[in-house]
Design a protein around this ligand. Sequence first.
Ligand SMILES: [Zn+2]
Length: 261
Amino acid sequence: MPAYSATAIVLQRRHFSETDNILTLYSPEIGRFSAIAKGARKPISQLSGATEMLTCTRFGLASGKSLEIVTQVEVMESFPALRQELPRLAHGLYLADLLNHSVEDHAPNPELFELLRSGLRQMETLSPPELAARWFEVQLLGDLGYAPNLFECATCQTPLPGEFARDETFALSISQGGVLCPRHARPETNEDHSALGMGALRLLQTLEALGPMGSASLAALPAVGPRSLDLARLALRRSLRRHLERDLKSLEFLDSLRNAA
Ligand SMILES: [Zn+2]
């Protein structure tokens, strides 16, 4: 059995048998792949901590017949603060779920790995934690080639936000893949238009401008009102749903937390 090692973040962990887990891992050099962690479900297993969801681990691996086999583990980064508050953990799990459903197996993309790692780091401390999720979504859409044009109207090409008044309504057109000025936004009547106020539009523009390496600047952004955060969240969710063609289980969990708050 050829043996090798790889750093990877645990995107998913499923029970395989009484004692074994199947892991979905994301590595900068390999991309997404699955491996079996034998004995990881035994209480005293050395594997259990290093194979927790969202942990970044250096794995020793052997190529099995159908699956890679975990032979050694060394925790690189476990994001402990993420595990102390349910909303942070739930958002972290959402980032992993989103990435898991956005990529194919064995398609290495070191930038996406770094995006996930820095998103999880920000998720440990950022307030509110959902800001890190919005940044991650904007950057992920960009990396996948689906970045919406946020700086001019998709219909009339007017630069945005331009001279429009603060209380006017913009929109993100999901089918046009870009924002619309108040003259062309019809969120009340057109299902394709997701409403954005000035605050939400500026937030999306700022998040995009930070770029995939810019997560450290998230903490220094001016405070964003709850309504702007909400509109940005809904617009991004609809864009992602269009491209992923599915709803994510982790989103249902986040929704239930939000509704219980
Ligand atoms: Zn327009």
